[in-house]
Design a protein around this ligand. Structure first.
Ligand SMILES: Nc1ncnc2c1ncn2[C@@H]1O[C@H](COP(=O)(O)OP(=O)(O)OP(=O)(O)O)[C@@H](O)[C@H]1O
Ligand SMILES: [Mg+2]
Length: 280
């Protein structure tokens, strides 16, 4: 058999494995959303059941009123979650449309509110007024879920999580920053974090999260398909900042061509020097 035949065979195998990987990434993302939503619903149901019991046990008006208020609030929360998840499910196509990222970030935080409380993570939001971005909402939510859960896992004893949204007028991009003050990533590991299956987690944690190593590789692919960029700045013991840049409606209208290949350089998150950049 000639080497040409072998090459073709290898090429086919690579293509087959790439398809498998893409499929696995989609499943991992869907699994993440399903497990997050199910967890949240379970928590809400517990609240509703417990306050219903309280109301049944106590006949006085004050206690019953409080119970009804709690049940009402929990029911509303569940409805808000269902609406946003259904919205995302409806928009499962690959289409990119003008979208309000602030709302999307708020919806995603709502999904993780309990989880962040449980791990004593204080979420600090610094949202500037921003124009709409041209994105696939479901895909961007998937990125956010992974970045937020990664940040939470980097702070096992709790801590602060800073979320920023700003308008980069020069480039006509929206900057979304997810910054944690957790363990950080060693400089020699930084170039590997976007590799498929690269993980330092031993498996799912106490909340059933993490460990496939597909999170960031999927993030990178999604951002590339949006002609955006992702960069990371990290310092061991200080924390990590991921910055995502996504085109605004105006940018999309101007049809800027894609730019820049990945650059690799570790820094501290406190500075503005280049970190690891991925994207088109
Ligand atoms: N905020 C962060 N702080 C510290 N390390 C991080 C952070 N985000 C990512 N990492 C490192 O990068 C690795 C890869 O992250 P990625 O999200 O791709 O996979 P994972 O979180 O390990 O598993 P998965 O997301 O598939 O459940 C992590 O295992 C971790 O070592
Ligand atoms: Mg992850």
């Amino acid at each position: 058999m000639g080497s040409n035949g072998e090459n073709l065979d290898l090429q086919q195998q690579v293509e087959f494995l790439e398809q498998k990987l893409a499929q696995a990434q989609k499943m991992a993302a869907l699994g993440e959303l399903v497990s997050t939503t199910t967890h949240e619903f379970n928590n809400i149901l517990m609240t509703i059941i417990n306050y219903a019991k309280l109301g049944l046990r106590h006949k006085d008006n004050a206690t019953r009123e409080k119970a009804f208020e709690k049940i009402f609030a929990a029911g509303n929360r569940a409805a808000r979650i269902t609406n946003s998840v259904l919205g995302m499910a409806r928009n499962r196509s690959a289409s990119q449309e003008p979208l309000n990222l602030t709302q999307l970030v708020e919806d995603t935080l709502l999904l993780l509110e309990r989880e962040m409380n449980k791990y004593r993570i204080a979420v600090d939001k610094q949202f500037q007024p921003i124009p709409e971005a041209v994105v696939n909402g479901g895909q961007i939510q998937q990125i956010l879920l992974n970045l937020l859960i990664n940040a939470r896992q980097a702070m096992p004893n709790g801590g602060r999580l800073l979320l920023k949204l700003l308008h980069d007028r020069e480039e006509e991009m929206i900057d979304l920053v997810v910054r944690d003050y957790g363990c950080g990533i060693p400089a020699d590991k930084l170039p590997r974090i976007f590799d498929p299956y690269y993980t330092t987690k031993t498996g799912p944690d106490s909340s059933g999260r993490g460990g496939t190593g597909l999170g960031l590789s999927t993030c990178r692919e999604i951002i590339e398909s949006h002609r955006g960029r992702i960069r990371v700045d990290s310092a061991v013991g200080k924390g990590t900042a991921f910055t995502i840049k996504l085109p605004t409606v105006r940018h999309a209208a101007l049809r800027h061509p894609p730019v820049a290949a990945p650059i690799v350089a570790p820094t501290t998150p406190a500075t503005d020097q280049p970190g690891v950049v991925a994207g088109s």
